[in-house]
Design a protein around this ligand. Structure first.
Ligand SMILES: [Zn+2]
Length: 313
């Protein structure tokens, strides 16, 4: 984020570290602005807030509901554990600065008027200064105990997944079933006259899901098997789409659908223009599948295999 913009956020009390995460102490409240939200084009504001000695005059849930209703860019505003978590569509440049300043000032004014104090965003401890922490991609100010507990939980989850026995054969069957759903979608989209790369994404995701469901877990072997099945099934879907076109043209009588399916190779061998079209469709289909599914598959693999990151700043 541009330094000149950060200096204008919350009167210059914020610093950016790591990239995309702006945090600091503002009017006594620990605050994190995660500009690269979990969904693209959104940001997440987390403000540590522990209820003080007396009950708030206005319940925090009611305040947040009203705030969300009055601000159309706000996607969600919740009070969770001991923090307000606000997710909103990110405006550009200078508008983003105004958007964040306005939202945080409204939150902090509410919190201070209702006796909230600030500490650990999880347990609410306010005696010891919390530290900015990354818990598997979610940033907040955590006390030492909560950070250690979260890290231990993630580690034991990973250990559990690692010790689980995967079944490649069953997983492959699952991947195949998942991919077939994508094949159906591919054929339908192709019938409508489009190149069906988006169906490739569905194919890849469902193959991986299917593998996880029947194979027990996603590991490197599962990922490789799922990708190979997806590559084969993209070709199969394309071949099937051409077979349907041929059957629609020449089918009926003695020509069965299987004849049409087999004849695709013959058509490709005999007619150069059909061959070129087939190759072009297939290459574009593969590229779209790859583009659509790379980051999705990678993050599914990381989550499914229990991979995690934790860090403190
Ligand atoms: Zn804590």
């Amino acid at each position: 984020m541009k330094q000149s913009l950060i200096q204008q956020i919350m009167r210059g009390t914020m610093v950016e570290n790591p990239k995309g995460v702006v945090s600091g102490l503002y009017r006594g409240y620990y605050l994190v602005i995660q500009t690269l939200g979990p969904q693209q084009g959104t940001h997440v504001i987390t403000i540590s807030a522990t209820q003080g000695a007396y009950a708030p005059r206005v319940p925090v849930g009611e305040f947040l509901q009203n705030f969300k209703a009055a601000n159309k860019h706000v996607r969600s505003a919740v009070y969770q554990e001991n923090a307000i978590i606000l997710t909103a569509t990110t405006l550009r440049g200078q508008k983003f600065v105004e958007q964040v300043n306005q939202a945080v000032d409204a939150m902090v004014t509410f919190l201070s008027q209702n006796g909230y104090i600030s500490g650990c965003c999880s347990c609410g401890e306010t005696q010891v200064a919390p530290r900015l922490s990354n818990i598997n991609g979610d940033f907040g100010f955590y006390c030492d105990t909560c950070f250690q507990n979260r890290s231990a939980l993630l580690a034991s989850n990973q250990q559990m997944i690692k010790s689980k026995q995967g079944n490649i054969a069953a997983g492959a069957v699952g991947a195949l079933i998942g991919a077939l759903i994508g094949v159906v979608l591919w054929v339908i989209i192709y019938q409508l006259g489009y190149i069906a790369g988006i169906a490739g994404l569905v194919m890849a995701v469902f193959a991986l899901k299917g593998y996880e469901k029947l194979g027990g877990k996603i590991d490197l072997a599962g990922m490789i098997v799922s990708v190979i099945i997806t590559v084969i099934m993209v070709y199969f879907a394309q071949h099937l789409s051409y077979a349907i076109v041929i059957y629609q043209e020449f089918g009926g009588g003695s020509v069965t659908f299987f004849d049409a399916f087999r004849s695709v190779f013959e058509f490709l061998a005999r007619y150069e223009d059909i061959r070129m079209l087939f190759i072009k469709d297939l290459v574009i289909g593969y590229l779209l599948t790859l583009a659509a599914s790379f980051s999705t598959i990678w993050s599914m693999y990381k989550r499914g295999s229990g991979h995690y990151t934790t860090q403190r700043y």
